[in-house]
Write a protein that binds this ligand. Structure first.
Ligand code: PGA
Length: 251
């Protein structure tokens, strides 16, 4: 059985001061809750303080991005060893905002996946189509291309360590979520690709999340679908109470 995973992507929100109060509240709200794996991905500046605050809790730390080189003259970048050293279990890679605004290619995303894995950090690999692509009926092709770039580098012994997140771009931050059937349909398709590339046993172990306007009002329905293993949450992760309701979607 795949354990549900709810990951909060804070994006470029929360100063250190604001992070402290959010994390303190969240630790309290989800205390002792074991049915969901809980991950929060604050901005780099808040990673350390967050790590200190969640140390004895059931919350794991993630980062929102990283660079694929080991170290060196890459001004402004953060390496996998820095994330490992600060205590990150997860790192989001290939978020559509990075692909779109910072021109990250699928090849670069694939290199980040390898680098993260070699430092024992689990990548949460984001894929998803734009509205025009959905409307023109090419959504699956787009997602397949993004996934195949990962397949080129991801060996079968590492495959169970990664998490995928299907995030249709038109659903991110718009309040307009995909229907749970459409989300499940694409996620099933991704699992099928994983099965073809690796094998059924591996494909059944890999968690695939849905992301895009997930909120307390739609999480239950999404989570009743056969293949949706959790959510990557933006806006609704910025309030402790709201995020804790997502974590406890079963209640
Ligand atoms: P959203 O963002 O929940 O605000 O739509 C999701 C994401 O970008 O990961």
């Amino acid at each position: 059985m795949r354990k549900p995973l709810i990951a909060g992507n804070w994006k470029m929100n929360k100063t250190v001061t604001e992070s402290i109060s959010l994390v303190k509240e969240l630790v309290d709200f989800v205390k002792g809750y074991q049915e969901t794996e809980i991950v929060i991905c604050p901005p780099y500046t808040s990673l350390w303080v967050t790590k200190e605050l969640i140390q004895d809790s059931n919350i794991l730390l993630g980062a929102q991005n990283m660079y694929f080189q080991d170290e060196g003259a890459y001004t402004g970048e953060i390496s996998a060893s820095m994330l490992q050293n600060i205590g990150c279990h997860y790192v989001i890679v290939g978020h559509s905002e990075r692909r779109e605004y910072f021109h990250e290619s699928s090849r670069e995303v694939a290199r980040k996946v390898c680098q993260a894995l070699s430092f024992g950090i689990k990548p949460i690999i984001c894929v998803g189509e734009k509205l025009e692509e959905r409307e023109s009926g090419t959504a699956k092709e787009v997602v397949k291309e993004e996934i195949e770039a990962i397949f080129e580098v991801l060996k079968s012994q590492d495959a169970v360590e990664v998490v995928f997140a299907y995030e249709p771009i038109w659903a991110i931050g718009t309040g307009k979520s995909a229907t749970s059937q459409d989300a499940n349909d694409m996620i099933k398709y991704i699992r099928n690709l994983l099965q073809q590339k690796y094998n059924e046993k591996i494909a059944e172990q890999i968690r695939i999340l849905y992301g895009g306007s997930v909120k307390p009002e739609n999480i239950k329905e999404l989570m009743t679908e056969s293949d949706i293993d959790g959510a990557l949450v933006g806006g609704a992760s910025l309030k402790a109470l709201t995020f804790s309701r997502l974590v406890k979607f079963r209640e």
